[in-house]
Structure formats: C-alpha cells, structure tokens
Design a protein around this ligand. Structure first.
Ligand code: NAD
Ligand code: DAU
Length: 340
C-alpha cells in the first residue's frame, strides 16, 4: 500500500510518519509538506533514509503539483494532516487558515476523485464542536454534537469537514474523518501550551497563562492519536466520523503546575496574562464509538505521558532550540506584547 501523508513535517503528521514507516516496512509512505514555519525537516531526520519513505516539498493548494504527484505515485490512501493549526495565529490573520484548511482539502479530494483511492482520511479536531460549560462535567462531545465553532481556525476545520462529507455523499468518495482532542508529545512546536511552558520554564522565563488558567483541555499523547488513525484507515467505516480522546481533562493551570513540579521550577514563574479572544472553556471527548466499534485503547494516561514528553524535551534540546533561534523570537514578542 502507498500512503500520502500531508503535513508530515509537522507535529502529529511527523509522529504518524515515524509510526507508519516503522510499523509497516512493507508499505510506502510519502510525506508532502510545504515546510511553513510549523514544518521541520529535522522531525523527519530519523526516517529520511528509510527505503519505504519519501519526502516531497509542496503546497496542498497547488492543483498542478498535486495532480502530477497523484499521477506519478498512484496512492492507495491519503491522510490529510496539512493545516494551519494555531488558534492565536488565526485570530491575528485568518486568511491562510481558509485557503490551506478548506481549499487545500478540496484540491486533495479532487485529485482523489480523478485518480481513485481506497480512502481519503481527514484529520480534524474536537474544536469543531465549540466548547462545553465548565460547570457541567457530565457533558462530552459525541459524533452527533452539532458543529459550533469559535475561532477562524476551528471554523476553517469545520468547513473542511463539511466539504469532506459532501464529497462522500455527492461523489461517493471513500472518506473518513477523525476528531481528536488536544495532543502532546515529541516534536510539538513550542507555540502550543505544553512545549511553550517546558521550554520557557527550562530557561527560567515567565509562563504566560491566559485568563485565570481554569479553561479545560482533554489531553491525548500523540502516539495514541496515531494508532487511532491507523485503525480507522484499516477498519473504519466509510463516511463515518470518529471522535478520539482519552478522558484526560486538566485545567491549564494544572498542566503548567505539573510541568513546573517535574522540572523542579517555582510556581512564581506563572504569569496570568490577558485572555485569548473567544477562548473556548472546555473540551471533552466521548471516545465510545472508536473504542467499541474498532477496539481502540490509548496506551498513555496524562500521568504516564507527561513525564515521557518532558524527558523527550530534555533529551532533544537541539530540536526545539533550533526553532527558538529562528523567527520564533519575533513571533513571541508580537503575539505576547499585548498580553501584559
Ligand atoms: P502543525 O502545525 O504542527 O503541522 C502542520 C503541518 O502542515 C506543518 O508541517 C506545515 O508545514 C504543513 N502545512 C501547512 N500548510 C500547508 C500547505 N498549504 N501545504 C502543505 N503542507 C502544509 O499541526 P499539528 O498540530 O501536527 O496538526 C496536524 C493536524 O491535526 C491538523 O489538521 C490539526 O487541525 C489536527 N489536530 C491537531 C491537534 C493538536 O492538538 N495539535 C488535535 C486534533 C487535530
Ligand atoms: O483540541 C485540539 C486543538 O488543540 C487543535 O485542533 C489545535 O490545532 C491545537 O493548537 C490545540 O488548540 P488549543 O487552542 O487548545 O491549544 P493551545 O496549545 O494553543 O492552548 C491550550 C490551552 O492553553 C488553551 O486553553 C489556551 C491556553 N494557553 C495557550 C498558550 C499558547 C495559555 O494559557 N497560554 C499560552 O501561552
């Protein structure tokens, strides 16, 4: 089988490419990635020379390039991770979120229709369901929860999901969609909460917690997201949506305090800053469908996954220090200057 993995130089796509190349040496994995600020070839270094791996630089919005690639490679399966993914950046500049996340998805699916594939899988997010109230811990997102988005990022992801479902209904494209909760683990770009806090705490810099730090996220180790997608590709039913999550709800403050304790750093580093506009209160996934229908079970809890992740950042300083040396300094100054 030949897989196209778009966005495979990013956090989750990179972990998925590692997982697939190492788990299925008989399959061919082609990563297509534009190498935006979030894409990083150092993430792919450990598998770059493997005989069943190939990297192609390119944009999922580039119809001509995508057409040539599909004609040449004859993919069996397409897994679309490529996206603009940071909510704060979507608040600053929504446009690229619309073109990459929606139009890019359309270009990929048009090529799938033209050349024929066994499966197009869209990697979506729990954010398409909006948020849940903090005082109703009994509520969870199911696959039937209405789409109700808050940020330009989540609206663009929801737009793509609707288009994927339309291509299934109208053109009978064999699609699946997964919606996962917040991921953490190796190769996570340090603009996102967990790697940002680890890298700043290690440098004894202040840790910017939005609002009162009581917003809740449902954390899943990236390895468990990869095994879930693998199962959906092989056993999932066409046209279906699968929620992925492991019931690991934590307030942001709990997450930051856990990191500080693990690194033996003082809580005085915590600095409460101006809140994110439209900040979603709580995400919480009900993964019953993928558990009962496909037999998926996560390997990690937050309590076992976080020490492993912190250890990875301690032993792979080069990977994230290279990022901090680039445009990142400007990004941090610009993004956090209005958050005194
Ligand atoms: P990321 O930002 O780390 O990586 C995105 C990758 O896509 C980068 O390598 C980037 O270069 C590439 N890319 C961006 N625009 C492109 C384009 N036009 N053409 C080709 N490549 C392009 O993102 P991530 O956190 O790994 O997320 C991957 C996918 O998973 C996204 O679709 C995201 O919506 C979804 N998701 C993320 C999470 C999470 O917690 N991070 C949770 C659920 C779902
Ligand atoms: O739920 C899945 C989503 O998780 C993915 O679809 C997104 O691509 C991914 O970025 C992530 O979105 P979040 O907005 O939840 O992740 P982020 O790491 O940006 O923020 C997590 C929480 O931490 C959120 O409540 C905002 C807060 N936060 C974040 C940053 C960067 C802070 O308090 N301070 C910060 O500096």
């Amino acid at each position: 089988m030949k897989f196209l993995v778009t966005g495979g130089a990013g956090f989750i796509g990179g972990n998925f490419a590692h997982y697939m190349v190492n788990t299925y040496p008989e399959d061919q994995i082609v990563v297509l990635d534009l190498l935006t600020y979030a894409g990083n070839l150092e993430t792919l270094e450990p598998i770059m020379e493997k005989p069943n791996f190939k990297f192609v630089k390119g944009d999922i919005r580039d119809r001509e390039l995508i057409d040539h690639l599909f004609a040449e490679e004859k993919f069996d399966m397409v897994v679309n991770f490529a996206a603009e993914t940071h909510v704060d950046r979507s608040v600053e500049d929504p446009e690229v979120f619309i073109t990459t996340n929606i139009l890019g998805t359309q270009v990929l699916m048009d090529a799938c229709r033209k050349y024929g594939i066994q499966r197009y899988h869209q990697v979506s997010t729990d954010e398409v369901y909006g948020d849940l109230p903090l005082d109703r811990p009994d509520l969870f997102f199911t696959e039937e929860t209405p789409i109700h988005t808050s940020s330009p990022y989540s609206a663009a992801k929801a737009g793509a999901d609707l288009l994927v479902q339309a291509y299934h209904r109208t053109f009978k494209l064999p699609v699946t969609i997964s919606r996962c909760s917040n991921n953490y683990g190796p190769y996570h770009f340090p603009e996102k909460l967990i790697p940002l806090m680890i890298s700043r705490a290690l440098a004894d810099e202040s840790l910017p917690v939005y609002g009162d730090g009581m917003n809740v996220r449902d954390w899943l180790h990236v390895y468990d997201h990869c095994t879930a997608i693998d199962l959906i590709l092989r056993k999932g039913r066409e046209g279906e949506v699968y929620n992925i999550g492991g019931h690991n709800e934590k307030t942001n403050l709990e997450v930051v305090k856990t990191i500080l304790a693990a690194l033996n750093k003082p809580e005085s580093l915590i600095h409460f800053v101006k809140d994110r506009p439209g900040h979603d209160l709580r995400y919480a996934m009900d993964p019953t469908k993928i558990e009962t229908e496909l037999g998926w079970k996560p390997k990690y809890t937050f309590e076992t996954g976080i020490p492993q992740t912190i250890d990875w950042y301690l032993t792979h300083r080069d990977w994230w220090e290279h990022i901090l040396q680039g445009d990142y300094q400007n990004y941090y100054k610009t993004m956090y200057k209005d958050r005194p």
